[in-house]
Design a protein around this ligand. Structure first.
Ligand code: MRU
Length: 362
């Protein structure tokens, strides 16, 4: 648990990193110690930590712990090369649907290269690296911007019910989260009637993690099967769908957990607003559209076995399986993208401006 009372998937003090083993939630709260980049790589591959922002932070901090304990005798250039190589290795821990880890790695690689040009002390490279990773830890501005925007759109009184998908809260980030951060801020602002969360099969991030977080935060909430979402919207029980993002292309097309696209189509059909909440680091202007986003495919076991692959086999052997972990929602189905810098409407025109902007906008 963090100082704010929020659940903490990443516990870090300089030289020490512990990750909450999210595979055991909600029944057990067990932390594993990460001492080096190899421990971090394994934790990401095995889904101990997941959620694009949390994965990026955990990877960067795993290496921060490693270099803080390192007895290094090389030159600054060798220290920078060491960090760069380890970051490349960490980026390979999961297929690249999410942009956050590779984006963080590139920025950190640039930082250590620049530092190597201005110092004769290899330890200064590691120090600069450690300090940069520590600044990645907290930012709850997305929730506050989102709640303000939704208040403008849906009114002030307590009648806004929202549906969310996958897990985007404290467990997936380092603060209150992206979509769940907005839901948390709506609740704190007294304008949330109810938060619905999907199970998010097959890995069940919704039923195992989001339901747990909603209960923990004492937010009025209800779990639905993924397949109940259209019926929920038809009954007009929700005014908005709010989801996170793993990568947003230059035209606003957004990759997120498998099933997000279904929700966006249903929302359009039923006149429900569809919001994406994500840090600006999730925006990837190098990709013109969602067509270029590589979609992670996960093992058949997640469908063949109970508990999203963690339990026993429940499906006849021999069936073939397609298990994409993410899908792409086209920009024209998205009402607005909520970032820590503000809220982007008219998405396809505005994303470049957002990234260039130092100031808040709406
Ligand atoms: O496979 P996961 O559990 O890492 O997928 C997580 C999601 O899809 C989240 O919605 C996304 O990363 C945004 S998290 C703030």
């Amino acid at each position: 648990m963090g100082e704010s009372g929020a659940l903490q998937s990443i516990v870090y003090h300089r030289g020490l990193l512990r990750l909450l083993d999210q595979r055991k939630l909600p029944l057990e709260e067990d932390y594993i110690e990460v001492k080096c980049s190899a421990d971090g790589w394994n934790a990401i591959r095995d889904m101990v930590v997941r959620g694009a922002p949390a994965v990026a932070i955990a990877a960067a901090l795993a290496l921060a712990v490693e270099v803080s304990r390192l007895d290094f005798t090389g030159t600054p250039a060798e220290a920078a090369a060491f960090v760069s190589k380890k970051l490349e290795y960490l980026v390979s821990s999961r297929p690249p649907t999410a942009v956050n880890l590779s984006d963080a790695a590139t920025k950190l690689q640039n930082l250590v290269s620049r530092t190597a040009e201005t110092t004769e002390d290899a330890q200064a490279i590691f120090q600069a690296y450690i300090e940069a990773t520590e600044t990645m830890l907290v930012d709850d501005a997305i929730g506050l911007h989102g709640a303000k925007f939704l208040k403008q759109q849906h009114g002030n009184s307590i009648h806004t019910s929202v549906l969310t998908h996958c897990n985007t809260g404290s467990l997936a980030t380092s603060g209150y989260g992206t979509a769940l951060g907005v839901i948390h801020a709506l609740h704190s602002g007294g304008i949330l009637k109810n938060a619905f969360c999907t199970e998010t099969r097959p890995f069940n991030q919704g039923s195992r993690l989001t339901a747990f977080e909603l209960i923990h935060e004492k937010i009025p909430a209800m779990l639905i099967a993924d397949s109940a979402a259209a019926a929920l919207m038809k009954n007009r029980s929700v005014q908005a769908v709010i989801v996170g993002a793993d990568r947003i292309a230059a035209n606003g097309d957004t990759a997120n957990k498998i099933g997000t696209y279904n929700l966006a189509i249903s929302a359009k059909h039923h006149g429900v607003q569809f919001y994406v909440a994500a840090p600006v680091t999730s925006i990837d202007l190098s990709l013109p559209s969602g067509e270029q986003i590589v979609i992670e495919e996960r093992p058949p076991k997640e469908l063949l076995n109970s508990e999203g692959g963690l339990g026993k086999q429940v499906v006849a052997s021999g069936i073939s399986v397609w298990n994409p972990a993410f899908d792409v929602t086209p920009a024209n189905l998205i009402t607005a993208i909520i970032t820590e810098k503000g809220v982007v409407t008219k998405i396809s025109f505005n994303l470049q401006t957002v990234l260039a902007s130092e100031t808040h906008f709406c």
